[in-house]
Structure formats: C-alpha cells, structure tokens
Design a protein around this ligand. Structure first.
Ligand code: NAD
Length: 386
C-alpha cells in the first residue's frame, strides 16, 4: 500500500532543522513535519492537506492500531514527500531514529486512543498511549531540539493536538470553552488528554521546548472510523439496523468538518506562537438527536429506503453513557483573530458531503474497515476488563 512504507527521508545536513539548503547554501522554506497518528481520522486529513496543499514533507509515525488505516493515506502515499514509519510512540528506541534521520522542523502529535466508550471499557491503553506516549515523544523531541543550532531551534515547533473534552461540561447556554477555562475532564479519555496537555505545557515552561497546544471540538467527515456517532448512524441506517441514541439525545456537541480542522492545525503548527493554546471550533452546536435526524433526512433524499419508509423510524433510545457530558461549545475567536482561520463548511454543507462520501465508499473503504474485525457493537458500558 505505502510506496514510502518504512522508509525514512534523510533530512538536512548538520544540526539545523531549518530545512534543506539550495546550491548557494540558502535555506529552502519547505518544512519537514512528523505527524504522529497520521493514519487515523484527523491525522490522515492533516497529511492529505499538507501533501496536497503545500510543498512540505511529511513523515507519519503510526502504530496502526484498530483506528489506523493505511487506506486513509492512499491519496498521498505515492508522493516523494511522504514517508511512513510504523512505530509505537511509547517506544523511545523506535522514535529517536525518526528524529535523527528525518530531522523535523515540526512535530504534529495526533497519535492517541480517541474513543470515549473504549476508555470506559479499558482505560489502561489510554493512560499508556496518551500520557506515557506523549511523555516519550516530548523527551525524544527535547533531546533532538537540544542538539539543533540556533536557526534550527528558532524554527522548531512541537504541536500537541487535543480536545475540548478536557474542559468537562458546560453549564449555561451562553457559556463557551475559552483557552482560560479550567480543566475538569469527566472520562478516562479526557483525563488522559488533559494529562498530556499538562505535560506539554510543562515541557514548554521548564525546558523551553517551543510547544503549541490546540483543543478542538467534535470532528466529522470522510474516513471517520464507524464506531463514532456520525458514520455509525449512516452505516446502521443503510443496513436497516436500529439507530442507537444515548439517553435523551439532548447532549450538545459543537461539530467541525475534519478538513477545516486540518487547515487550522497546519496554521497553528506553522504560525502559532510557542507557549500558546488555541481553541478550534465551528460554532455548530447540535444535539445528538438533531444530528441523527439530519442524517436520516439526507439519506431519505439521497438513498431512500426500498420500503418507502423514513430512516427516522429506525431510531431507538439506549441507556446513556456513564459520565456523559451534557454540552460542549468552543469559542474559537483567538485562532480567528490571531491566525486568520475560519471554517469553510457549515454543519449543513459538511454533513451532506460526509453522507455522500459514505454512500460512495460503502462497498470499498467502509467494507474493508468492517472486515478488519470491528463489528459496530455497543461499547462503553463499563463492562471491559478491570
Ligand atoms: P483516531 O483514533 O482516528 O486515530 C488515532 C491514530 O493514532 C491511529 O492512526 C492509531 O493507529 C494511532 N495510534 C494510536 N496509538 C498509537 C501509539 N501508541 N503509537 C503510534 N500511533 C498510535 O483519532 P482521531 O479522531 O483522528 O484523533 C486524533 C487526535 O485528535 C487525538 O489526539 C484526539 O484526542 C484529538 N481530537 C479528536 C477529536 C475528534 O473529534 N475525533 C476532536 C478533538 C481532538
């Protein structure tokens, strides 16, 4: 699948991470970016954006867990600027050589265990990857950074990608998560992400590692693993299965189209200020039941049920997730003001694109993912190994 699989692109000579030089010894402006978790949902959107929209080179470091899928990178895997290394971010012996050979100017750290329901069934892997893995990567980056010359140090960035779930629940309808909102995570997933955010901030403050953190709201879009709400509902609906809605379905999430997030992340990594946090969101607050009903009506239009009935008839309310947060909503004004980012998609345009993508890729990408062992079963009831 990967033409660049397990190959490491050599970096610039010497100790500079400022990029390769032209014949006159001038540094070229191309960045070399390590993307951890680049075979996942958001990571692959970031890689497709960088390879497709910039001159930069990318080295994906990914363990290829159940959530990592080489097919997500198929559109760019033939590029000479793309490299893939299969490695666990907790494995320092595997991570160090990536830094010394690829000589990154930037690290964009997305590798994580990301599904709240799985963190309830088995928190251990979340502690390992999200906390120990981030620590391991920070230490590898710190060692590499300390060996750079002044120009290399000035250009180097470590960008940690996190979630708005670290802030916990919002009370009033007019409240928003801001960069200054205190952390109050509710699930093992969000607690592990909060821990990793604290580590990154400490490595910036204590060791001077030029780190940036972004906290984003719920993403949706193409290549989303079907255990998450939106793809699960689309595929269940088409298969004639029940559409499970947790509890009342009145939990509010702030939805962002994944390609808008990928653009924001690239801006934050390349133009963000070290030591700063940026919240990313699209002002698209929807209740879960609204999201499910929107998908149903799009499917009624684009792929009607053979029996002529409405997809909404398949909706069932199931027992709520333990510790389920009621509302998340982001105030993205800082990244808009300081980095000039704004989303291109509304929820209405993004969800239509997403449903169309799943209809087009149902027999290919979706079928391959589902053949890989995941059977769209209910997770997150707390019934995992203790
Ligand atoms: P994902 O589960 O789709 O992908 C995670 C990727 O990380 C996979 O490719 C997986 O193979 C890889 N990975 C997991 N453990 C690893 C390890 N130990 N070593 C190397 N690679 C490993 O996740 P996603 O939804 O794309 O999320 C990416 C990041 O963005 C995560 O850090 C997540 O916390 C954050 N985030 C996600 C959302 C969202 O809505 N999905 C919102 C905000 C922030």
């Amino acid at each position: 699948m990967f033409q660049g699989s397990d190959r490491i692109v050599p970096g610039a000579d010497g100790n500079s991470a400022a990029g390769p030089k032209d014949r006159k010894g001038q540094t070229l402006s191309m960045n070399r970016i390590i993307v951890t978790g680049g075979a996942g949902f958001i990571g692959s959107a970031v890689v497709r954006h960088i390879i497709g929209g910039t001159e930069d080179a990318v080295c994906v470091v990914d363990k290829l867990t159940y959530a990592g899928n080489p097919e997500n990178l198929a559109p760019v895997s033939g590029s000479p600027r793309f490299t893939f290394v299969k490695a666990d971010i907790c494995d320092r012996e595997a991570v160090d050589p990536v830094f010394s050979s690829f000589r990154p100017t930037h690290v964009m750290h997305l590798a994580a265990e990301s599904h709240v329901d799985r963190s309830i069934d088995g928190p251990g892997e979340f502690i390992r990857t999200n906390i120990v893995g981030t620590y391991t990567l920070l230490e590898a980056a710190r060692k590499y950074f300390s060996g750079l010359d002044e120009a290399g140090k000035a250009g180097f960035r470590f960008h940690h990608i996190s979630t708005d779930e670290v802030y916990g629940d919002l009370e009033g309808p007019g409240d928003f998560f801001r960069e200054t909102t205190p952390y109050a995570p509710s699930s093992p997933y969000s607690a592990s992400k909060a821990s990793s955010d604290h580590l990154v901030r400490a490595w910036n403050r204590t060791f001077g590692l030029p780190a940036i953190i972004t906290n984003c709201s719920n993403n949706y879009g193409p290549y989303h693993f079907p255990e998450k709400l939106i793809p699960l509902i689309i595929l269940h609906a088409l298969d004639g299965k029940e559409l499970p809605v947790y509890g009342s379905g009145l939990q509010i999430r702030d939805w962002l189209y994944v390609e808008d997030h990928a653009r924001a992340l690239y801006l934050a990594a390349t133009r963000g200020k070290p030591g700063e946090t940026y919240n990313i969101g699209g002002h698209n607050e929807k209740t879960n039941i609204e999201v499910v009903k929107t998908i149903c009506s799009l499917l009624d239009e684009l792929s009607p049920r053979p029996d002529g009935k409405k997809y909404e008839e398949q909706i069932v309310h199931v027992k709520d997730r333990p510790g389920h947060d009621a509302r998340y909503a982001i105030d993205p004004s800082k990244i808009a003001r300081e980095l000039g980012w704004k989303p291109a998609e509304t929820f209405e345009s993004g969800i239509r694109k997403t449903v169309v993508w799943y209809l087009r890729n149902r027999d290919t990408w979706c079928a391959h993912v589902l053949n890989g062992g995941y059977k769209m079963e209910r997770l997150g009831t707390g019934g995992g190994n203790i």
